[in-house]
Design a protein around this ligand. Structure first.
Ligand code: PLP
Length: 469
């Protein structure tokens, strides 16, 4: 390979952020994902490109189920749709046996379209409309109540129904996680949760089947899950003894961390995040000792999101340009920005060059292509000198990016799933100008509606029109 000439530069030595392992470099090339070459994927599907590994999705799911089932007899996972609701991803998890956990009417319909039976859909969230509640009742899904207004609405609705709707109470509680997520569900310590339970049972119109608690997200200690499991078990016990209402399941929510590194963290996430076995141990141990008779042990439901999908997702992209900043630092501009990599506000995502490179590395700022000062993907990352056209791989981007991505300035890229043999399948097309124009309307007094775009204008990405084989 012919080496590119790089003008020599005298720079002040600064060690950059050090930790006990010394300066970090991410200069390990990643030429392929599950055996599929990065350059082939980008050629076939355009750059940038999200890639998901089916092998890793299944591995994560099976590992989580194993962690809990080896410690507790009755376990069910429910896939958190908002973490990544691309249909192909949901179907991988449903094939593995997951129920669906949804937080809106839109997600609810998506779960049905993915073939999930009504009784296997858990309907969470603070914003369910009357029509959505009605539909969930008709299809016998379980409704996780979030507030009293929803409870009154449902009681009203239930009066006219042939069958009692199945409900659970979402409880928020003090488990030592601050700030406490007390905006969701009914608070335990101030008595609201017990009050809600009393009204549900007393009404005779609803069937109370479960208790739910989702503590937060990316929790780095296991202890809060022990506290939450104990408090939910105590509450279930009170339901049984004081209201003669046995609770069929306890849902401990999600919140288990992936191994991403939080921004500014001293140690990498791979060293600080407890494994799922440690969380399972605390939860199962607490429930086993809670005093339930073996035949009365409630079903344990978990709604793990990022844990199952984060490290199965990659974002591939291309270097657009490099420059020197005023202070002499090197800057690299990539063809994807924070609009499609929302989690770069949270994490120091690991970014690797896809190809060979020179030995010399340097601290670099990574920018996206948006005309916005906040479009910073990494403030400082030790990378080899990348040049225009070089390709990069961003790691662990599977959670939340493909649902929170914004169509801002640029169009959203295609998503590919690599099957277990490493063969690529496009699971979402790159957005086109035409697709977006379809939603717009121009009032007559502002002139004719713009015509359909010319073929060149359809995709903003150079190779977005290439049809993969
Ligand atoms: C978002 C969410 C989850 C998933 O959270 P993770 O932190 O990704 O595991 C689970 N349950 C509820 C109710 C949620 O809102």
């Amino acid at each position: 390979m012919k080496q590119r000439y790089e003008r020599p530069l005298i720079k002040k030595l600064s060690a950059g952020p050090l930790n006990k392992f010394g300066a970090r470099t991410e200069a390990q090339p990643v030429p392929d994902i599950d055996g599929a070459p990065v350059k082939d994927l980008l050629r076939a599907f355009g750059s940038p490109l999200f890639v998901l590994s089916e092998k890793q999705l299944r591995r994560n799911y099976q590992q989580a189920v194993r962690a809990f089932r080896t410690r507790y007899p009755r376990v069910q996972l429910a896939w958190s749709y908002k973490t990544n609701y691309l249909n192909a991803v949901c179907r991988v998890f449903h094939q593995e046996g997951a129920w669906a956990e949804v937080v809106s009417g839109f997600e609810y319909e998506k779960a049905l379209l993915n073939g999930v039976p009504g009784p296997q859909i858990i309907f969470n969230g603070p914003g369910k409309s009357r029509a959505e509640l009605q539909r969930a009742c008709a299809l016998d899904s379980v409704i996780h109540l979030d507030h009293f207004d929803e409870l009154y609405e449902l009681l009203d609705l239930a009066a006219g129904l042939p069958r009692r709707p199945r409900v659970a109470v979402r409880v928020n509680l003090d488990a030592g996680v601050y700030p406490q997520w007390d905006r969701f569900g009914f608070n335990l310590e101030n008595g609201q949760a017990w009050n809600a339970i009393g009204r549900i049972v007393g009404s005779g119109r609803l069937e109370l089947v479960g208790l739910h608690c989702h503590l937060g997200t990316y929790l780095l200690t296991t202890k809060p899950y022990g506290v939450a499991a104990q408090k939910l078990a105590d509450l279930a016990w009170s339901c049984r003894t004081q209201l003669n209402t046995p609770i069929q399941y306890l849902d401990l929510g999600g919140g288990f961390p992936s191994t991403n590194t939080l921004k500014g963290a001293y140690l990498p996430g791979t060293d600080t995040a407890p494994g799922i076995d440690e969380f399972a141990e605390v939860i199962a141990d607490t429930l086993q000792r809670a005093g339930f008779r073996p035949d009365e042990l409630p079903l344990l439901i978990l709604e793990a999101g990022r844990l199952l999908v984060d490290d199965a997702g990659y974002l591939l992209g291309t270097v657009l340009a490099t420059k020197r900043l005023a202070d002499g630092r090197r800057a690299t501009i990539l063809d994807f920005g924070v609009n499609v990599l929302f989690t770069s506000f949270w994490y120091d995502h690991k970014i690797s060059p896809a190809g060979d490179f020179s030995q010399h590395t340097e601290d670099t700022v990574l920018y996206g292509p948006l005309c916005m000062n906040i479009d910073v993907l990494r403030d400082s990352v030790n990378l080899p000198l990348l040049n225009r056209g070089d390709q990069v791989v961003v790691h662990k981007v599977g959670a939340y990016n493909m649902t929170q991505w914004m169509q801002f300035i640029t169009l959203r890229p295609a998503v590919v799933l690599l099957d277990e043999q490493g063969r690529p399948h496009r699971i979402r097309q790159a957005e086109t100008l035409d697709y977006l124009q379809q939603l717009e309307e121009v009032p007559a007094h502002l002139g004719p509606h713009p015509p359909a775009s010319s073929p060149q204008a359809r995709g903003s990405q150079p190779s977005a029109t290439a049809t993969p084989g």
